[in-house]
Design a protein around this ligand. Structure first.
Ligand SMILES: Cc1cc2nc3c(=O)[nH]c(=O)nc-3n(C[C@H](O)[C@H](O)[C@H](O)COP(=O)(O)OP(=O)(O)OC[C@H]3O[C@@H](n4cnc5c(N)ncnc54)[C@H](O)[C@@H]3O)c2cc1C
Length: 466
């Protein structure tokens, strides 16, 4: 159930390893891929949701290569990788080197001194399942938490750092905090290690943003083309019940019917999974019901280059909560991938709005959303004139929120899976929100599914993924 990147990657993984398995991906929408979609119009290449994935682990990149997309890979222009924070009515460079931090105007002198004091503070690792905000304030001080950490967290989850779990939503940061005596010292070491990797002196794996010449939608297109008739759109699952040792799946939509499957994979957003899976197990219902999602909107605007005074020499900027407004951040798509995202003489910027800042964002009109972004761009990059191109995308239920207590919710989902043999649950609500995290989780799930199918009492040709 679910033809987003998680469901599609599960189907591909099963068929790669056990080609004789009967697999069906049931997708409620008219198109697969969830937010991973690219729209091309009037020479602009707009991302409906994600701009790419971070290859923190090689999973998604390997998938792309297996799909024959190696020639289509596109990496951002590293020479322009600067990022900015909109603070006090103007853009300020996010310091990417320790020395630049000392001279940066992002924090006051006291704010910088407070960060530099951190290595001298008594050892104080994360306290249980602590929120990102509480931990950041304690270790780095209020100013750094609100001006640096809040916008970074908002840029990924659209959420509230005081509610998001440090361990679940920023596991690398949490690991760093547990392993190192000082976050600042560990961060400096990491930056140095990255610098030496970039300099070619070591062959360590380097985290990079990865996209495709024609946009991130190429990944979904490649998956769907390789899966062929395995993917069925306009096929919402409306019911799921145990049937003998397997499952009876009820499908609504254009071709309502029921089918029997030995194995069912739920790759649905938690709000869609809960009404289907909840009746099977009250603990599962509780766990899925307590994973919140926040809606988001993406506004893509094509601008005449001459109407923008700023050099746009970076990937874009984030907006801390204290600045107000509903814009979480703006990506300068045509600076990230020059020559690939907008026609000559124009630039493409894409803003993301909503999340915890404005949960009713999807209810706002197109005109209102565009004006919010234009108002923000007038202040940040000195935009004059009106956009020459616009596209607006709404995301419901939007982005999952790994709030404090998330680990216990995931454990409850995993315990319920053991009580429901033949049902497997994945998707971005559980163990990672990024595309790469979804393909990593799909890969692990495929191993478990194939383990079940290999059991002697299970018919080998009957796995329904969804
Ligand atoms: C605006 C935005 C920007 C993002 N930016 C990035 C980024 O830059 N980098 C990155 O790595 N990640 C990014 N993400 C996150 C990433 O795109 C998602 O977490 C990921 O695509 C989720 O994939 P999924 O398959 O788990 O879920 P989904 O893509 O939500 O797939 C679930 C599918 O289930 C379907 N469905 C729902 N109910 C039913 C039903 N009853 N029966 C059948 N099908 C059903 C839905 O239609 C949907 O297609 C972004 C997300 C958004 C919204």
């Amino acid at each position: 159930m679910g033809g987003g990147i998680s469901g599609l990657a599960c189907a591909r993984g099963i068929l790669d390893q056990a080609p004789s398995t009967e697999v069906l991906v049931l997708e409620a929408g008219t198109e697969p891929g969830g937010p991973v979609r690219t729209e091309r119009a009037e020479g602009f290449v707009c991302e409906v949701g994600p701009h790419g994935f971070l290859n923190a682990d090689p999973s998604a990149l390997d998938l792309a290569k297996r799909l024959g997309l190696e020639d289509r890979l596109l990496f951002p222009d590293e020479a322009r990788r600067g990022r900015f924070i909109f603070l006090g009515g103007r853009l300020r460079a996010f310091p990417d080197r320790p020395l630049r931090f000392l001279t940066s105007d992002l924090l006051s002198v006291w704010g910088r001194a407070r960060v530099l004091l951190e290595p001298l503070l008594p050892l104080d690792p994360p306290r249980g399942d602590e929120s990102v905000g509480a931990f950041a304030r304690r270790r780095l001080g209020r100013e750094a938490a609100e001006r640096l950490i809040d916008p970074l967290v908002c840029g990924i989850y659209g959420g509230d750092m005081d509610r998001l779990s440090l361990a679940s939503s920023t596991p690398q940061f949490a690991g760093l905090a547990r392993r190192s005596r000082s976050l600042v010292v560990a961060a400096v070491r990491m930056v140095r290690a990255h610098a030496s990797v970039a300099g070619g002196s070591t062959r360590l794996h380097q985290r990079r943003l990865v996209s495709f010449v024609g946009g991130i939608g190429e990944l979904v297109r490649g998956l769907v083309d390789s899966l062929g008739t395995v993917v069925e759109c306009n096929a919402p699952v409306t019911g799921l019940a145990r049937h003998g040792g397997g499952w009876r799946v009820t499908i609504g939509g254009a071709h309502p019917r029921q089918l029997l499957a030995d194995t069912v994979i739920s790759a649905l957003p938690a709000p869609a999974a809960r009404p289907l899976l909840g009746p099977l197990d009250p603990e599962l219902a509780r766990a899925l019901g307590s994973i919140g999602f926040l809606p988001a909107a993406v506004v893509a605007l094509g601008l005449r280059r001459e109407d923008v005074a700023h050099r746009l020499d970076g990937f874009g900027y984030l907006v801390p909560r204290a600045e107000g407004g509903s814009v979480l951040g703006v990506l300068w798509s045509s600076s990230m991938f020059p020559g690939h995202r907008s026609p000559e003489g124009t630039v493409l910027v894409q803003a993301i709005l909503g999340g915890a800042r404005q949960p009713d964002i999807c209810e706002q009109s197109d005109a209102w959303l565009e004006e919010q972004v234009c108002g923000q761009l007038r202040r940040a990059i000195a935009l004059r004139g009106a956009p020459v191109f616009r596209r607006i995308y709404r995301h419901r239920p939007g982005l999952p929120q790994y709030e404090v207590g998330h680990q216990a919710r995931v454990a409850a989902v995993e315990a319920a899976e053991l009580r429901l043999p033949g049902l497997f649950i994945t998707g971005n609500a559980l163990r990672g929100i990024g595309i790469n995290a979804c393909t990593v989780d799909a890969g692990k799930l495929v191993t478990r599914v194939l383990g079940r199918l290999a059991q002697p009492n299970v018919p080998a040709a009957a796995a329904a993924t969804a």
